[in-house]
Design a protein around this ligand. Sequence first.
Ligand code: AHR
Length: 512
Amino acid sequence: MTVEAVINLDIDGPRINRHVYGHFAEHLGRCIYGGFYVGEDSGIPHEGGIRLDVVEALRALDIPNLRWPGGCFADEYHWQDGIGPREQRPVMVNTHWGGVEENNHFGTHEFMALCELLGAEPYISGNVGSGTVREMSEWVEYLTRDGDSPMARLRKANGRDEPWRVRFWGLGNEAWGCGGNMTASQYATEARRYGTYCRDYGDNRLYKIAAGANGTDYAWTETLMKQLGHLGCRRVTTTAFHALSVHHYTLTGPTWEDKGSATAFDTDEHYRTMVAAARIEEVLAGHAAVMDCYDPTRSVGLVLDEWGTWFDVEPGTNPGFLYQQNTLRDALVASVHFDVFHRHADRLVMANIAQTVNVLQAMILTDPDSNALVLTPTYHVFRMNRGHQDATSLRVDLRTAPPSRPVGDTTLTTLSMSASHKDGRLLVSLSNLDASSAADVEIDLRGGTVEAVDALILTSAALQDHNTPGSPAAVEPRPHDGAVLTGGRLRVHLPPHSFVTVTGGLATGSRD
Ligand code: AHR
């Protein structure tokens, strides 16, 4: 049965902020050390210790921003330990992640150099849980103040004359848990206090992000919104924070202790994973609804600064390092999230997948023995979807019911789609989540003319397929001949468990 859909090419939705394609790198396992940073003595090609093949792969995604140094680590991190000569930097224990020693060799200068190499904006998470207002305030001064001041002088003494530009600034992380075990009202007070002393220097304008809720804790969001004190139609006047965050992970297993294997799973587990992933729609809609009550003009941003799959670690690896493989199932989790992000473009200003290299739902896995670099199926979804960054969203309306199936006590819709246009090109993303049945979609493209289409497909024989150093291209995109345009109607064939992107030029005068 063919699903009928409609896209009105002449009815623009909100712009999709490129920052919803953002990333996250924590001092956790092999994300920084052995992932991004191999040190100046490494035989792996690097610049200042930063691994260049990782940089090159991420540049191909147009990576817009990188969140650092955590996560839970952020609320134990003292930035002054990570500046100055490396051999003199103090060592600390990374109590959250494996209890390993952290030598602070990757610090502020190394992170900012990484962002420059990536062409990505830094998103720095400050320490509220175990830090001080002064410490955070001085970090901002160190990074962004020009001219003569104690922290600007210290930065210059450490080899950087010019201030950096830093826009995104996190006021702690998961304050309800590892970030201090605070109540919402305790944290809201702290966020205002910390936010007050994070100053704008020169023309650098901070965009301060308060640590938000865990999943569906809408009461947390409401408490933060009340703190902003702008009930009704007034625009935000406070400078304490400009956005608030939320974290939502895709968990499949029955308990936290048994999250399931990343690669050895059956079809039922696949469907449970898809149900968990699709729940992001309810989570974002719920927080947005609460925010709408206090901020109807949508001047406060919602930031999903941690999302992705969380499975059991690979057998034989350190449980504190959160290293997991990445299959076609992970790719579909990502594609479903992006469709939801595009639908919530009016409130969602940023999202950061956890985490970029070697941790949780990674884009890149590096082999500690051979040093080989592997691009995951999730990486390919980011690549295929990069045309949505800063594009104008277009609604995809369904004229007939989409395919669905019962999963436990709920129903999973097994077809997911979204669309946008930018620079005179249409981009449609389509995911078939069904493990064994194909899906066919016919989209009535109204209000404009699409000239010709090209399509790419990401699929594989089995949902469990993944890339390894020995088989790095087991799951990778290839041209798809199952997208046919006839007289304003786009027919797309989606094999079981597949992700397809279709692009086409919009005829001059019909759009843009
Ligand atoms: O991404 C791993 C951890 O998950 C982060 O450190 C923390 O913020 C979250 O609980």
